[in-house]
Design a protein. Structure first.
Length: 334
């Protein structure tokens, strides 16, 4: 498999997953506004903080109002992580490998992109709340459809595993970010910990990950430590951090053929270390050392994993001699 192809499948899935996750926490925040007690100000800045691009937002929009944040995260084509920008990038990656992916996958990506592009054109011409509620609902389910179509129509070979790897790493990263923002920023005051407002926000966090119903089957009461444990360490829920990282490791070993528990490259080593850390840590360990510190460290380690994946599979190896004119891409071997 060409490294170009592997890279495109990996990022096609990361961009689709990123668009879905952005839609999730905007949609939940819109609904959260309806449940806030009178006198509590709306919290839109944390959504931008979640992206890590608050400086870029402030330079372009200034105040973090609902209108500015939603426009920035949904339709701003100058912002590479907006929903529309992610889908444009996903579509471009899919277009470049149409001979590799199924025609159904291409149709899903193309339709998905044009749906959001049309919404961007209609923005301001319809009832804003209705427009966005419908849009975010369709974004989430378009992402689900794409994952299902890919699973059902693409051979489960190296390419499919690269796609799964990208989706799982992106999902784990976004779950860590939204959990970190809730814990440190979203609640206006430490004095409100344990209040109904605090519970409302933890419920919103669970709903942003489609985890509320599964959590209530696992733990009837909304207890912050148990919510954090479920979202970080649960090995059975498909949107928990631990589940995503473990499945990503399995996909990586399927690609290389290396036995799980061993490693032959930097990507396997760094991802294996992260899995081992999550496998043996407890929520009490995490809280004692600081939830924010743990999540911040996890994001850095996950970025290191992504960097190692790029170095191992997508970067061109140094050439000893001049290549033939038509030799542009590295062939993946391991």
């Amino acid at each position: 498999m060409l490294s170009r192809v592997a890279n495109s499948i990996y990022w096609l899935n990361r961009y689709i997953e990123r668009a879905e996750n952005v839609a999730r926490f905007i949609d939940v925040n819109l609904n959260l506004m309806l449940d806030l007690p009178s006198g509590v100000s709306q919290q839109w800045k944390p959504l931008v903080v979640t992206t890590g691009d608050i400086k870029f937002f402030q330079e372009r929009y200034g105040e973090a109002t609902a209108e500015n944040v939603i426009q920035f995260l949904t339709f701003d084509l100058d912002y590479p992580n907006s929903i529309l920008s992610c889908l444009r990038s996903a579509r471009e990656n899919a277009r470049s490998i149409r001979e590799i992916i199924s025609s159904e996958m291409w149709e899903e990506v193309n339709t998905f992109y044009h749906m959001v592009q049309e919404a961007a054109v209609n923005n301001g011409h319809h009832n804003v709340n209705n427009l966005f509620q419908q849009l975010f609902f369709h974004v989430k389910f378009a992402s689900h459809r794409f994952a299902g179509v890919m699973d059902a129509t693409m051979s489960h070979n190296e390419g499919w595993h690269f796609g799964q790897l990208g989706r799982l790493i992106e999902r784990a990263d976004k779950k860590a970010r939204i959990l970190d923002v809730k814990y440190y920023i979203l609640l206006p005051s430490a004095q409100l910990v344990g209040t109904p407002l605090d519970q409302i926000q933890w419920i919103a966090l669970l709903k942003s990950a489609s985890a509320y119903e599964m959590y209530r089957k696992y733990q009837h009461r909304i207890i912050p430590a148990r919510v954090a444990e479920f979202m970080i360490l649960n090995r059975e829920f498909p949107r928990s951090i631990s589940f995503c990282v473990q499945e990503a490791e399995r996909c990586l070993h399927q690609i290389t053929g290396t036995q799980v528990g061993t490693w032959c490259n930097g990507a396997e080593r760094s991802l294996g270390q992260l899995c081992a850390k999550l496998g043996y840590i407890t929520i009490e360990d995490i809280i004692d050392n600081g939830l924010h510190e743990f999540l911040d460290g996890f994001q850095k380690e996950l970025n290191a994993v992504d960097d190692q994946i790029s170095r191992t599979f997508f970067s061109l190896a140094p050439l000893v001699s001049e290549p033939p004119v038509n030799q542009q891409f590295q062939t993946l071997t391991w």
